[in-house]
Design a binder for this molecule. Structure first.
Ligand SMILES: Nc1ncnc2c1ncn2[C@@H]1O[C@H](COP(=O)(O)OP(=O)(O)OP(=O)(O)O)[C@@H](O)[C@H]1O
Length: 590
């Protein structure tokens, strides 16, 4: 079967709002920087034009072809020479031309530096805005994000999007330069100017298809990279089971297919870019040849005028060609910018409500008052339930898988909001509380604690500036200080990728220390011991028992030892939560 050469683009995320809208967004977002960059580019163009005027005047003087009225550039050149008190001689004009062209080079350097800095600003702002938007969004929005897609946005899309500012400025610079040369050409010969306009338009029109091809290839690239990085991060995070079950080939096939598609998109991009370059040159040469023939043979113009005219025409068209190439790059990268904007807009639209101003310090209880909650109206986890979680006690929640224990925790933290009823902390409704202030009182230990390949100290503080004393205090409270001190470099020992140099029990005790570092009033343990073997479980449960009485704890658990240690025990099942005696757990625990 013959394969179609066209790539099919997945529809999501391929939409863009156009290159011009993006450039407008840059100007709106960075008016000062964009104006500075464009002014520098404009001055560089003017200096270039002035330098050329000097050269032209020098040519006229040197060839003795100055019988008629001087042209605009000649007049300007003579006035500049006069202003500087210089004789309008050929050597003086040459010297002025060299100075002006050198100044132009210096100005271009400044302009490029300005543009480079602005690119860095744009990329940084895009990244920070995305991070803040995603972290500030509702939990339900965060759950829909793929880590790979976010990493790709941070690493690749932000840079590609920002780089298009450089291309856009380059394009503006080239258009500006071509305008200056066009003005010079028109002041010397109207015919030369019109010929340049005609030649430029033909060139732009003939090659505009290649711009569309590049734009599509850029869109393919954006969509494919997004999907590829998303798949890679998903599969790599499950590397151990994949290797253990010898399923690498399956991942290889999946990634190879995506990588091949990406290669195809990149090839299309390269081909259209190189084709544009390759076709511009002969077209330019043909135009110059036709112009030469036409002005010399048909119009019978004198040779020096023809040479000047052709030189100007070639400059105008060459600048327009460069502008077109820069625009092509803008179109290739524009989709990355819009993909970033789309992710930011989506996160902003799902901004988490800040709650109110009130605070409570959890001295008595967290009360669920006739609370109902279901995930999208499907999985009912709480159905008009009223109960209280006691302060300074170990509250353990049990229940069958899928009953909604984690959902209950998410309601306490304020990641989810009840559909009806209220949650109150010491009589203050959670909906009226400052959510950030409330969460700062919480320490949270999940089932699988992620460790980064950094030191123990880093993993406990998560990179925040915290005194060593505070870290040791948290480690001690988590019964982790002894094994940390026994490590070769103590607090500075690296824990390996994902904490691979630690046992499961050690990892969880570090996670408890991480949760305790800010001295929380509420410690949540969501199946924190479920993944541990019996010995490790005993050690962590002992740690939890040592903490009893010093803070409020809610533990979701299945382990009889932890259940036996509970001050208050709740069983959640089929939307109902009931307080049970620990001794009755064996009978009720599903
Ligand atoms: N983000 C979500 N969107 C839709 N449904 C969800 C979501 N999170 C959980 N659920 C569903 O809600 C129900 C309760 O899930 P939850 O994770 O709270 O249960 P659990 O008791 O903690 O389960 P387990 O003990 O297996 O961890 C399940 O049916 C689950 O499929």
């Amino acid at each position: 079967m013959k394969k179609s050469k066209k790539l099919t683009v997945p529809s999501t995320g391929a939409e863009t709002r156009g290159a011009w809208m993006m450039m407008l967004a840059f100007v709106r977002g960075y008016p000062g920087r964009a104006a500075a960059a464009l002014s520098m580019v404009f001055v560089a163009g003017l200096l270039d034009g002035l330098g050329l005027s000097m050269l032209l005047s020098m040519l006229t003087l040197a060839t003795g072809d100055h019988k008629g009225d001087p042209s605009l550039p000649e007049k300007v050149a003579l006035q500049v020479a006069d202003f500087l008190g210089l004789q309008p001689s050929a050597p003086n004009l040459l010297m002025l031309a060299i100075i002006l062209i050198s100044l132009k080079a210096a100005m271009s350097l400044l302009a490029n530096r300005q543009v480079g800095y602005t690119v860095a600003y744009i990329a940084t702002d895009l990244r920070l805005t995305l991070i803040r938007a995603v972290l500030g969004a509702r939990w339900s929005h965060y759950l829909q994000q793929s880590v790979g897609r976010l990493s790709n946005a941070m690493a690749s899309e932000a840079q590609r999007g920002a780089d298009s500012f450089q291309n856009a400025t380059e394009m503006m610079a080239m258009v500006l330069n071509s305008m200056i040369y066009l003005a010079i050409a028109m002041s010397i010969s109207m015919q030369a100017g019109l010929a340049a306009i005609a030649a430029g338009s033909i060139l732009l029109l003939l090659l505009s298809r290649l711009i569309r091809v590049s734009r599509r290839a850029g869109q393919h690239q954006t969509v494919l990279l997004k999907s590829l990085v998303s798949v890679i991060s998903g599969q790599f995070s499950a590397a151990k089971p994949l290797k253990a079950m010898a399923r690498e080939q399956h991942v290889d096939a999946l990634l190879s297919d995506q990588t091949r598609k990406l290669k195809k998109a990149l090839r299309q991009q390269v081909i259209s870019r190189e084709a544009l370059m390759a076709l511009q040159e002969p077209l330019l040469a043909i135009m110059v040849g036709v112009g030469f023939f036409f002005s010399l043979v048909v119009l019978k113009m004198p040779m020096p005028s023809v040479l000047v005219m052709l030189f100007l025409l070639a400059r105008v068209v060459a600048y327009l060609s460069k502008a077109q190439r820069a625009f092509q790059q803008v179109t290739v990268r524009e989709s990355a910018y819009w993909s970033m904007v789309e992710a930011i807009d989506a996160a902003h639209a799902q901004r988490e409500p800040r709650g109110g101003e009130r605070t409570a310090s959890l001295e008595r209880e967290i009360r669920f008052d006739d609370v109902s909650f279901s995930h999208g109206g499907v999985a009912t986890t709480l159905d008009h339930q009223t109960f209280a979680i006691r302060a300074l006690a170990l509250n353990v929640v049990v229940g069958p898988s899928g009953a909604g224990k984690t959902t209950l925790i998410d309601l306490v933290v304020g990641l989810l909001q009840p559909e009806s009823g209220r949650i109150l902390v010491d009589d203050v409704p959670l909906s009226e509380m400052d959510l950030q202030a409330w969460r700062r009182q919480i320490g949270y230990v999940p089932q699988e604690s992620t460790m980064v390949n950094e030191s123990v100290a880093y993993n406990v503080s998560l990179g925040e500036t915290v005194s060593e004393e505070r870290i040791r205090e948290a480690l001690k409270a988590a019964d982790a200080l002894d094994f940390v001190d026994a490590m070769p470099e103590g607090l500075q020992t690296r824990v390996g990728e994902g904490g691979s140099r630690l046992s499961g029990g050690q990892r969880q005790r570090l996670a408890i220390a991480r949760a305790l570092i800010h001295r929380p009033r509420l410690l949540i343990l969501d199946e924190a011991t479920s993944n541990l073997d019996a010995d490790a479980q005993t050690a962590v449960i002992e740690t939890i028992c040592h903490l009893k009485g010093s803070l409020t704890m809610i533990a979701v658990a299945h382990q009889p030892r932890l259940i036996a240690a509970a001050d208050h025990l709740f069983r959640l099942s089929e939307g109902r939560i009931v307080a049970v005696e620990a001794s009755a757990v064996a009978a009720v625990h599903g």
